[in-house]
Design a protein around this ligand. Structure first.
Ligand SMILES: [Zn+2]
Length: 161
């Protein structure tokens, strides 16, 4: 089966020629620890592919559902990651191009996987630490450290005398 992420670009051999493509394909098993693309999720993307002589430039954006788990309280929720793409696929004659045209095709899957993964938070949080309750906010609400113990000690000493 042909991957929906592969796009034939032989018609874009001349610099300046461009074509719009729409992609819809499974983004299976993408993600990092606490933020992952759910099973069966589908990535949707719209791109303009432009020939630049020794390669093509892909420009556009893609969106994909993400299932997050809060690193702090393990609550989970869903959102959508949107990534903007501007990337060159070279014909092999250029140095420093990460992606290549292979057999007149470009494969957008590794690129999209990289970009989506980079867009995900390392420590997804549902802001539970901003809502009070347990956690750091309680400690931070105390008097500045170093002052409060002395104040307490002073009260004790004065109370005793
Ligand atoms: Zn949380």
């Amino acid at each position: 089966m042909t991957s929906p992420f592969r796009v034939h670009v032989a018609d874009l051999g001349q610099a300046g020629e461009s074509r719009d493509v729409t992609i819809s394909g499974p983004a299976g098993d993408w993600g990092i620890e606490l933020s992952r693309v759910p099973d069966e999720a589908v990535l949707e993307g719209t791109f303009t592919i432009t020939g630049v002589g020794n390669g093509v430039v892909v420009k556009g954006s893609a969106s994909v559902p993400i299932h997050h788990t809060c690193y702090r309280c393990l609550e989970s929720w869903d959102s959508t990651a949107v990534v903007d793409i501007t990337e060159m696929f070279g014909d092999g004659t250029l140095e420093g191009v990460d992606y290549a045209i292979e057999r007149d095709e470009i494969d957008l899957e590794p690129l999209l996987r990289d970009e989506v993964t980079l867009a995900l938070p390392l420590q997804p949080s549902d802001d539970c630490d901003q809502l009070g309750g347990e956690g750091e906010s309680d400690q931070n609400a105390d008097s500045p450290r170093g002052e409060s113990p002395f104040a307490v000690l002073k009260d004790l000493l004065e109370g005793d005398s």
